[in-house]
Design a protein around this ligand. Sequence first.
Ligand code: NDP
Length: 240
Amino acid sequence: MDTTAPEPRSVLVTGGNRGIGRAIAEAFIANGDQVAVTTRSGGAPDGALDVRCDITDPAQVDAAFAEIEAAHGPVEVLVANAGITADTLLLRMSDDDWSSVIDTNLTGSFRLAKRASKGMLRLKRGRIVFISSVVGLLGSAGQVNYAASKAGLVGMARSIARELGSRSITANVVAPGFIETDMTGVLTDDQKAAILAQVPLGRYGAVEEIAETVLWLTGPGAAYVTGAVIPVDGGLGMGH
Ligand code: NDP
């Protein structure tokens, strides 16, 4: 029996200074991996490399990867988690509301996956996880931009899964439901009550419940899972 501990992997979690991303980064650190966290404002959890990077700027993405590669080697696990909202109804949605959300959530994830795939192709292995949302498949009034960006991640992940599968690189999507973070903290009590009424499990999810799923998707138990959309939503999106 092989009793040697597995080699620590070079892991990048974007948006890992708070909320879901922080919990994901902490789970990888506890797993013994070498973790880098990228954000605009800094503040990575203890044990992670704190890298500044605005994912809307291709040059910053490239520089962040160079910094991470120098410290930890090529990124073997990419968790594209950073995301924003700019909610308003369609008729009031400006081009800026649309393009800032698409550029961060969808195009930012494309930039990251493209840059990460270079190292993964050389390694001949890799795991890419995109953090989407239940809203990407269910739709959401007031979130035309956000839902479109999150639905786009599904087509992107499935295309990457087809392009890179022969090199043992998987690409999957995790679709959280309503999770207690700063992003959902801005909802009114009425909005929260309306949402919870639609959730079969009758509660918000915890950030750790997303982190556990992401860790599993990047581990040996999920080596044959690619192009999948894994809902972690208390049953909110069932059937989609
Ligand atoms: P938060 O708002 O708490 O955190 C967002 C993170 O993204 C921060 O770390 C922020 O860091 C980073 N970020 C935002 N814009 C950029 C940018 N341009 N470049 C680099 N980093 C950026 O969000 P959550 O933890 O709630 O959500 C995390 C992910 O999960 C998002 O993709 C979100 O859409 C998704 N999600 C969340 C749900 C929820 O209920 N909370 C439900 C479904 C999906 P900084 O500001 O320092 O750059």
